[in-house]
Design a protein around this ligand. Structure first.
Ligand SMILES: Cc1cc2nc3c(=O)[nH]c(=O)nc-3n(C[C@H](O)[C@H](O)[C@H](O)COP(=O)(O)OP(=O)(O)OC[C@H]3O[C@@H](n4cnc5c(N)ncnc54)[C@H](O)[C@@H]3O)c2cc1C
Length: 341
């Protein structure tokens, strides 16, 4: 008997809380089931893997197969006096995993507290926050490759990590399903407080603990970012654009207060939130959707069931920012636009 079901509502499976339906849907409980169901899954060329739905916008219903892994478990695979390596199943909740590490004095992930979603999605866009990116801890990512039906293990280099990017994200949608992520954590704390608000808070503190960093990150995030349970959203909707040195200097002439961070290759990363705010959109509402009042990078859904209105708002933001700065913002959120037949 097939494990594939049909016409499954996705309303509670995406943090924008828009209405959408998956034409076909399969829940994956184990790697063994993947091996068993792989041939049937492959018959659906239009497919995607769904984790916690915190980085997705369903514009229409999904006219294909949604693969919904429910793989759980955390295992120690290597331990030395200095380090521990853990192999974590894809459907573990990311924030709970960060807490699990903190409770056991495995350090490194404290800056990545309160990022919604699953462990399996963390390498997909190389999640990052407060001066830390997950790629610094990942040793390997186990994937099921639907193009070959094989289980593969990508090492850190093979993941091709970049800013909110990886080879898994660049591959055709639904090619790889991350089943497990292995990470090395340190038993000694090396606090990362380079991010301005952390620096300001901890500047006079010589004995910072991981719990203090975790608590401060949680506090800062709760102040700035809307809780998707209260006000549906998908975090930063756009990536921070990267511009050449020359383009940055031209922008500085017109906008001396522009917020930018120098990169190692002499380019500059611009704060997209600042660009959106300067374009006059911060806190603006458009019908039942809007740009968040505290963080212009976040688009929020006040009470709209229709993902098209969020897409329209995103297009308006892109247009206004382009008109002012000649910069095209790129979405960080994965947008699914397949119309159901
Ligand atoms: C309030 C809020 C704050 C946020 N803050 C941050 C932040 O600070 N930094 C940051 O980087 N992100 C942030 N995000 C974005 C989001 O939390 C991350 O991208 C997260 O990793 C998404 O996890 P998910 O399980 O919800 O993935 P989903 O939204 O379900 O999927 C995201 C993408 O990953 C793919 N995917 C998911 N699981 C798998 C898997 N097992 N195998 C293969 N592909 C998979 C999906 O196909 C999709 O393309 C925020 C989101 C919200 C709502």
């Amino acid at each position: 008997m097939s494990n594939i079901t049909h016409k499954i509502p996705l309303d509670t499976l995406n943090t924008f809380q828009v209405s959408a339906t998956a034409k076909h849907f399969i829940q994956i409980e184990s790697v063994e089931q993947l091996l068993q169901d792989y041939k049937e899954i492959k018959q659906y060329p239009n497919r995607m893997v769904l984790g916690g739905g915190s980085n997705c916008l369903f514009v229409d219903s999904f006219d294909g197969l949604i693969i919904y892994p429910q793989l759980k478990g955390i295992k120690v695979i290597k331990e030395t006096p200095e380090h521990i390596e853990l192999r974590v199943a894809a459907s573990e909740n990311w924030h709970q995993f960060v807490q699990y590490c903190l409770n056991r004095d495995y350090f490194g992930l404290e800056n990545l507290a309160l990022i919604p979603g699953t462990v399996g999605a963390a390498p997909v866009q190389n999640i990052g926050a407060y001066g830390v990116e997950v790629e610094s801890f990942i040793t390997t990512v186990d994937c099921f490759d639907f193009s070959t039906g094989e289980q593969i293990v990508l090492n850190n280099e093979e993941c091709g990590f970049g800013y909110r990017d990886s080879i898994i994200k660049r591959a055709a949608q639904g090619r790889y399903l991350v089943t497990h992520v292995s990470l090395v954590l340190s038993k000694k704390l090396f606090p990362v407080i380079s991010y301005a608000p952390l620096k300001a808070h901890f500047s006079n503190n010589k004995n910072i603990s991981a719990t203090q960093i975790f608590d401060k990150v949680v506090e800062l995030r709760q102040q700035k970012l809307p809780d998707p349970e209260q006000l549906p959203n998908a975090g930063s909707f756009f990536k921070n654009p990267v511009v050449s040195n020359q383009q940055y200097k031209q922008l500085l002439n017109g906008f001396p207060e522009i917020v930018a961070y120098p990169l190692e290759d002499r380019r500059f990363k611009l704060a997209a939130g600042w660009l959106i705010e300067r374009a006059g959109l911060k806190g603006k509402t458009f019908g039942k959707v809007g740009v968040h009042k505290n963080q212009a990078l976040v688009l929020v859904n006040y009470s709209d069931n229709d993902g098209k209105n969020i897409l329209r708002l995103a297009e308006t933001v892109i247009k206004k920012v382009f008109e002012l700065f000649a910069i095209t913002l790129e979405p960080e959120v994965r947008i699914f636009q397949d119309s159901m037949q």
